[in-house]
Design a protein around this ligand. Sequence first.
Ligand code: 13P
Length: 253
Amino acid sequence: MQRRGLVVGNWKMHGSTAFAADLARAVADGSRSLTGVDIALCPPHVMLGVVGAELRGSEVALGAQTVSEFSEGAYTGETAASMLADLACSFVIVGHSERRQLFGETSEVVAAKASTALAAGLVPIICVGEVLEDRQNGATNAIVAAQLRPFLESQGKDVLRQAVIAYEPVWAIGTGETASPEQAQAVHHFIRSTVAGVDQATADSIRILYGGSVKPDNAPDLFRMTDIDGGLIGGAALKADDFLRICGSTQPS
Ligand code: 13P
């Protein structure tokens, strides 16, 4: 099964509109020489307009970092999936470990967010991953399965096929410590088998990204693994050259 590589930049809460415009323009320009990989940028919500304008006419897609689980109404400060679609977003990250840990998002809320995203025509990038203690206790697979379950149980096969999953071990995020290609591959394989429990065709086609201290020098070895279809990039996505080198490291698996 050939799955097209996908590399997504998660800018988190960094930058200014000027920084965002410059970075988006540099990525859009640099991406023109890359083939065989899908690329998306997820700036902070308030910069979606400015980044979207820079990406127009390029192959680089726009994404957001989170979305409300509600479709509209009196939810002060929240952003509906339809609003992100209106701003030409194609992707939205849901259930990032920072949202789970710092903002109390449960796997049920994450599943609801993914549902509203899918209903609005967005591709949700559903993040899962264990903390160090879980890994040391041999609980990685159980944690990841539990994080995915509400989503897998709430979606029909046809809808499920539209989603992307990102495995981001919490201990590897922003720490400079990356999962080894073999460690990451083992969890990616487990995730794909879990999806196969719902639908084999979806398991074959769904893209599973790795995130956690991906840099230009470790990306090729990670992306070479059978079940790793690309990356969700934090710190290295804030430097156009590094991000583009990572994008260039994907190959069809
Ligand atoms: P770093 O690449 O900075 O470790 O962040 C990973 C991440 O959280 C992407 O969503």
